[in-house]
Write a protein that binds this ligand. Structure first.
Ligand code: SF4
Length: 328
C-alpha cells in the first residue's frame, strides 16, 4: 500500500537480535522486526499498533538508525539512509526526530527549556546569535502553546502534558519533517492525551509533518491517524486507511484489538473478542501463521503455511488465508 509521494519508504525491514544460548549451542535469534514495509507521505500520519513486544518501537528506533537494521531498505526523501555511515546520518537526523513516551526522563532536568530547545539548533548549526536563538525559542513555544516565560524554567516545573509539549518543540527545533512519536501520549491522562494529539494534528497541518505514531491505544489512533498498520510478532498483519480498518477489519487480530476499543454510543456496543493465550515469544515463533495459536478461526493450513500480506476488495492489505472473516 503506497502513498503518492512518500517522504519515508521502509522496504522489507528486519531487525534481529542475537541471543546467547549457552556454550556449545548455536546462537538464537530474536526476530523483533521481520520484513516490514510501508511508506509515509508528507502531511500524513501512519499509526503502528499492536500489543507490547510486537516490535513496533523497534521499527521506530531502526528507522531513526538508533539501532542498525539487520537488512532491508530505508529511504528518506529519495535518499537511501540504511547504508549511510553514522557521520552522515548525523546531518540527516535534524529531519527525523523522536518524541518518547516518558517526558519525565527524556528532558535533561539540569537544563532550562531555552537550553533544551537551543541545543539541537546549535548542534546542527542553525543559529548564529543569542538573539536568533531567543527568537526561535519564542516561536517554538508559541507553536506548542506554552507561554514565553516557559523558556527560563526547568522541566520539573511543568506537568506531564506540558513536558510533552516541550519534547515536541525540541523535535521541531532542528526543522524535522518526520517525527516518530513512540507511545508519546501513553503516559498522559485522557484529556491531556487529546490535547497533545490535537496539537500534533495542528502542527502537521501547518508544517506538513509526516508522523509515525507508535501506540498500543487504538482509541487514540482512531481519532488522529490517516492510515494504520497492525503488527503482530514482528510483522505487519494488516495495513489500511483509518476508515477501512475501523469499519471492515480483514485480519482476526485487528478485529480482536478493535473489539476492545470503547464506542461512545452504548447502543452500538462492539462485541468483545477475548484472545486466549499469551503472545508467543519472538525467539520461537509458531510455525505457519504466527497468530494461529490464538486465532479463533485457525484451520489446518494456518499451522503450516504463513499467509502473505495481500490486497483485499475493501482496499487494505491483510495477511490471512481467509478471504473474508466470518460474522462475529
Ligand atoms: Fe487466523 Fe489462519 Fe488467518 Fe492466521 S491465516 S489469522 S490463523 S485464519
Amino acid at each position: 500500500m503506497s502513498t503518492p509521494t512518500p517522504l519515508l519508504q521502509v522496504e522489507d525491514l528486519k531487525k534481529h537480535f542475537a541471543v546467547p544460548s549457552g556454550p556449545f549451542r548455536p546462537r538464537n535469534w530474536l526476530r523483533a522486526v521481520d520484513g516490514v514495509s510501508f511508506d509515509i507521505a508528507r502531511g500524513e500520519t501512519l499509526s503502528l499498533v499492536g500489543e507490547s513486544g510486537c516490535g513496533k518501537s523497534t521499527v521506530g528506533r531502526t528507522i531513526l538508525r538508533l539501532l542498525p537494521p539487520t537488512s532491508g531498505r530505508l529511504t528518506l526523501d529519495g535518499q537511501r539512509i540504511d547504508t549511510l555511515p553514522q557521520s552522515q546520518m548525523r546531518l540527516l537526523r535534524k529531519r527525523m526526530q523522536v518524541v518518547f513516551q516518558d517526558p519525565f526522563s527524556s528532558l535533561n532536568p539540569r537544563m532550562t527549556v531555552r537550553g533544551i530547545l537551543a541545543d539541537p539548533m546549535i548542534n546542527f548549526g542553525l543559529v548564529r546569535s543569542r538573539a536568533e536563538i531567543d527568537a526561535r525559542v519564542a516561536t517554538l513555544l508559541d507553536k506548542v502553546r506554552l507561554p514565553a516565560d516557559a523558556a527560563r524554567r526547568y522541566p520539573h516545573e511543568f506537568s506531564g502534558g506540558q513536558r510533552q509539549r516541550i519534547s515536541i518543540a525540541r523535535a521541531l527545533a532542528p526543522g524535522a519533517d518526520l517525527i516518530v512519536c513512540d507511545e508519546a501520549v501513553s503516559a498522559l491522562d485522557v484529556s491531556v492525551k487529546a490535547q497533545i494529539v490535537n496539537l500534533l494534528s495542528d502542527l502537521q497541518a501547518e508544517l506538513g509533518l509526516a508522523l509515525l505514531f507508535i501506540s498500543h491505544d487504538l482509541a487514540i489512533v482512531e481519532h488522529m491517524t490517516h492510515r494504520v498498520a497492525v503488527m503482530y510478532l514482528g510483522k505487519i498483519v494488516e495495513i489500511a486507511d483509518r476508515r477501512t480498518l475501523f469499519s471492515r477489519p480483514r485480519h482476526p487480530y485487528t478485529r480482536a484489538l478493535l473489539s476492545a476499543v470503547p464506542v461512545p454510543d452504548p447502543k452500538a456496543k462492539r462485541q468483545r473478542i477475548v484472545l486466549t493465550g499469551d503472545v508467543p515469544s519472538p525467539l520461537n515463533p509458531p510455525s505457519g501463521c504466527a497468530f494461529h495459536t490464538r486465532c479463533p478461526y485457525a484451520f489446518d493450513r494456518c499451522r503450516v503455511e504463513g499467509p502473505a500480506l495481500r490486497p483485499r476488495a475493501s482496499g487494505q492489505l491483510a495477511a490471512c488465508h481467509l478471504d473474508d472473516l466470518p460474522p462475529v
